[in-house]
Every structure is written in C-alpha cells, then in structure tokens.
Design a protein around this ligand. Structure first.
Ligand code: SF4
Length: 377
C-alpha cells in the first residue's frame, strides 16, 4: 500500500511513544459488555506488543496501548476462560488485540488460529475484529470464515477521516484512501462486511471543521462500499500528541454535542448503518484518560442515557430525542462553534507545527519544508 508519511509528525510520535508508559503486565485480557438490539454486545481485549504503526510513530490521538510481549500459551489459556464465560445469545462479539488482529507482527498466525479454534462453540449474530486496512488478507479471512459461527463477520478498520490531507497532516495514519478499494473487495469477496471507524475531534482541526469532516467521511465511506460506520468522539489520552497539544492549550476535547450534531445530519434511512462507540469512558483505571467528551453536570446523564439508547437502536426515534435535548450548555457550545471557521486553518496549523518542532527538537528547516509541502498539497 502507498504510504502517506508526514516526517514531522512521525518524528514527534516516535518521541512520544518512547516516553509513553507501557501497559501494566496484568490484566492481559479484559471483557466488557453493552446492549445492542436489546441483546448483549461483548468486547474481549487481549494484550499484544501493540500496534506496529504505533511503534513506528503512529496516530496522533491514539494510545491503544504500548503492550508487552506475552506467551501465546498464556494468552490462549486466558482467552479460553473468557470465551467460555460468554453468555449465550450474543448479538455482537468483538475480539480485539492492542491494535490489529490481522497484523502478523502483532498477532502471529499461531495465536490467530488458536483464537479462532477457541471460538468453535460460540455463536453470535455479528462477529467483529479490528485491524488496519493494510493487514487485510484473503487467507486470514478464509480461516475466519471456516471457524467463526456468526451470521455476519465484520472487519472494522480505522479510517478516521475521508481526506488524505487530514490523514497525513493531522492524524499521521500512513494510509492513502485510494488503497481502500482492493481491501474492501477482498472483504466483500470473502462474504464479509466492512465497517469504517470515523473520528470526531481530530487534532489540528477546530471542532466545527472536525464535525464537517466527520459528516463527509461517513457519507463517503458508505458511498464507497463500507457496509457500516462507527463514530468515535476522541478522548484525550496520556501518551498522545493530542494530550501534548491539549496541555499547551492547542487542542480541545470535543463535546458530546458534536457527536449529536454529526448524527443529526443524516437521512433517517441511513441511521441503521451509523453506529457510535466510546462516547463513555469505559476504563476503570482513571489514568487511562485525561479528558473525555462531555456536556455539563446538569444534562450529562440524560445525554449519555440517550446515547446508550442510540447505541442499542440506531434509529430516527432515538436520534429525534437526542436532537431535541436542550440545555444551556448546548446553546453556549453552539454559539462558540459557529464562530469557528469551517475550513482547515493552515496558518494556525503551521504555527502549531513550529511550536511542536521547537519542543521536540526538530530542525526549523525541516519544519518549514514540511509546512511548504503541506500548503502546496
Ligand atoms: S489508531 Fe489504530 S493504526 Fe493508529 S496507532 Fe492506534 S491502533 Fe495503530
């Protein structure tokens, strides 16, 4: 796949990764539950050394985890227990490593096949894995198909924004959108479904622009052949560039109203394809997240409860309730939002790059060259 590397962001992210606190060795697996279609959604996470892209200077908002090497035997034993304890009648089951399930560097074939073997007595309506799009392979999809008992198998992948400039210069995703086509074909050829994760609160963009980009990204992803999308409002996690920018007052965590604003733009008949995730902080450990998307003390619980309802049933009825929620914090948020430009503010981004370059010891020459390149692109 064609790479789309921004050398300044890559350098900064490598430095941030070096200083990032590794995950504790325990727990090596975590299970969490939510409700979808009035049935059970379960996510099983397991420890790996972490995402290979992250180790090489990864995405600016991500700290999925700087993982530890674990013995395949131990992980398989723990996963066997977790899988055995799953309730019956699962609507959705997602098994996810600390990055990409189909990446051989992260989840070697031996562990992947072992996990598939553990699933032979499990049934679920939908089964999902998360993986970077450049790791999708027909062989591994075939292996899944032979073992997993599910009505539908989804390959969920982080797209974040359907815009190559933003992916390169704001997210550092190292991916070109034109490369998605072959991977989508491979997924569909295997009789599986493709799901795109779209972000809200992209670093270097103001909130209004981030909302606009999220809306276009959802529309384009569905038009280009993704079967569903999941909207993720970004939290500010320690050990990320978002956190550094936030500490410098150069980035603000998005509001939960931004998620509702995005949901409000689509025709009702599209909503069953537009899902939401991680609008709550599900971690028990308070050190995992510095700041989460929020509203205010008065309306927070009502907003979260309705978002849970939307997660359970993404439909017009719940969306209508979300759109008609009123709170003075929403009015203030909206007024501020409308003052922001709805375009990429290149001058501001260039100023942030210069500050970043200075703080991370990058030569001014390199930063200026990059700014010229970004401006022309
Ligand atoms: S968002 Fe995905 S691809 Fe990017 S660093 Fe995190 S796990 Fe890796």
């Amino acid at each position: 796949m064609e790479k789309n590397v921004n050398p300044v962001l890559q350098f900064v992210m490598q430095e941030i990764y070096k200083k990032r606190k590794p995950l504790p060795e325990i727990p090596r697996t975590v299970v969490r539950y939510e409700k979808v279609q009035d049935k059970i959604f379960s996510e099983i996470w397991f420890m790996t050394p972490g995402c290979a892209h992250d180790r090489n200077g990864g995405c600016t908002m991500c700290n999925y985890g700087k993982g530890n090497h674990v013995s395949p035997k131990e992980i398989a034993c723990e996963l066997a227990i977790r899988i055995r304890q799953l309730p019956k009648n699962l609507q959705e089951l997602i098994i996810t490593p600390t990055g990409s399930m189909l990446d051989e560097q992260e989840v070697p074939l031996e562990i992947f096949t072992e996990i598939l073997g553990l699933l032979k007595h499990t049934t679920t309506s939908d089964f999902l894995i998360e993986t970077r799009i450049d790791t999708v392979s027909a062989e591994k999809l075939e292996l899944m198909k032979q073992t997993v008992h599910a009505d539908r198998i989804f390959i969920e992948t982080g797209i974040e924004a359907w815009d190559d400039w933003i992916l390169r210069n704001c997210v550092n995703k190292n991916m070109k959108l034109k490369d998605l086509g072959p991977a989508l074909n491979t997924i569909h050829h295997a009789g599986m479904y493709a799901c795109a994760n779209i972000g809200i609160g992209i670093p270097f963009l103001n909130e209004r622009m981030s909302i606009k980009v999220a809306v276009t990204s959802v529309e384009t992803a569905l038009k280009m052949g993704f079967d569903s999308v999941v909207l993720f409002p970004y939290h500010v996690k320690p050990g990320t560039l978002s956190a550094w920018l936030w500490e410098q007052n150069l980035y603000q965590c998005c509001s939960l109203w931004a998620l509702i604003e995005v949901l409000g733009t689509f025709p009702a008949e599209m909503l069953d394809k537009i899902h939401i995730s991680w609008y709550r902080n599900y971690y028990d450990d308070p050190q995992k997240i510095l700041l989460s998307p929020d509203t205010c003390d008065t309306c927070r619980e009502d907003v979260l409860k309705l978002l849970d309802d939307y997660k359970n049933h993404p439909c017009q009825e719940v969306r209508g309730k979300l759109l008609s929620l009123s709170c003075s914090c929403r009015d203030i948020w909206k007024q501020k939002l409308l003052l922001q430009p709805d375009y990429v503010e290149m001058d501001q981004i260039a100023a942030i790059y210069r500050k970043m370059g200075h703080a991370f010891g990058i030569s001014p020459n390199m930063v200026e060259q990059e700014i010229i390149y970004m401006t022309k692109e």
